[in-house]
Write a protein that binds this ligand. Structure first.
Ligand SMILES: C[S@@+](CC[C@H](N)C(=O)[O-])C[C@H]1O[C@@H](n2cnc3c(N)ncnc32)[C@H](O)[C@@H]1O
Length: 239
């Protein structure tokens, strides 16, 4: 049977809480791209998973709501909030619609490694725009589309494990065959230009477009990432 997010949720929560360098790196580059004045901001964390980014936002002073359609991950996030309260409210919701979020109710939206799990990017950005206050920000990370396209493999070479690029132009749903890959639950590949065009078409002004070099911890955890950016980071404001 094919994996889905509820099916891998316990595994994923354990991976993140076990100190995954990739997830800490994704969280850190995203937070680094946010405005300094987080205290007092209302921030919505779309596709919050077990809460790694929501907790960091709340610790930085924001009022945070984390949403995710995966019930099991929301249960993990709520359990962490009960164990070590930082003031995050979690809700089951879909990033494509954001049914539980009122129009013009937040100053910022974060989406760490989640837009690539949403089938309809236009619907997601339309919903983000709807819930943002004027001048609000969107900041997101996605697996770097050049190095996580369908069919991408890691291969051994005389100079170490290297990434063999996959089918960059084949957009849409794909699943990794690797039993330890997050992407075995399925995710949606898009080119960089698809992401950037969608951000601009939905009325955002681009603020940052970054491809951060992997940290030493990421290189140690994932040697095939050596010399390659693991993630794309985009931040934009409502114009
Ligand atoms: C790779 S995880 C990232 C979770 C978290 N942001 C983190 O950094 O660990 C991808 C997340 O996207 C969520 N997701 C899947 N479909 C979604 C949708 N339609 N709307 C919002 N999130 C979705 C999954 O449940 C999962 O929590």
């Amino acid at each position: 049977m094919e994996a889905d997010w509820n099916g891998i949720a316990d595994w994923y929560a354990e991976l993140v809480r076990g100190g995954s360098a990739m997830h800490q790196f994704s969280r850190d580059i995203l937070l680094n791209a946010l405005p300094d004045r987080m205290p007092g901001f209302d921030v919505l964390d779309v596709g919050c998973g077990e809460g790694i980014v929501s907790r960091a936002l709340a610790t930085a002073g924001a009022r945070v709501v984390g949403i995710d359609p995966t019930h099991t991950l929301i249960a993990h996030a709520e359990a962490a909030e009960r164990a070590h309260p930082v003031g995050v409210a979690y809700r089951v919701d879909d990033g494509a619609t954001l049914h539980t979020v009122a129009d013009g109710s937040v100053d910022g939206v974060t989406a760490a490694l989640s837009l690539n799990n949403i089938a309809d990017l236009d619907a997601a950005l339309k919903s983000v725009r709807r819930v943002l206050r004027p001048g609000g920000f969107l900041a997101f990370t996605v697996p770097h589309p050049c190095f996580d396209a369908p069919g991408t493999e890691s291969i051994s070479t005389p100079s170490g494990v290297r990434r063999l690029a996959g089918d960059y132009f084949v957009e849409g749903l794909w699943r990794s065959a690797h039993p330890q890959s997050v992407r075995r639950a399925g995710n949606y590949h898009r080119t960089i230009s698809t992401y950037l065009t969608a951000v601009l078409v939905h009325g955002f002004a681009l603020q940052r477009f970054e491809e951060p070099a992997p940290s030493a911890a990421v290189r140690a955890e994932a040697p095939h990432r050596l010399g390659l950016p693991p993630f794309l980071l985009v931040s934009a404001t409502l114009s």
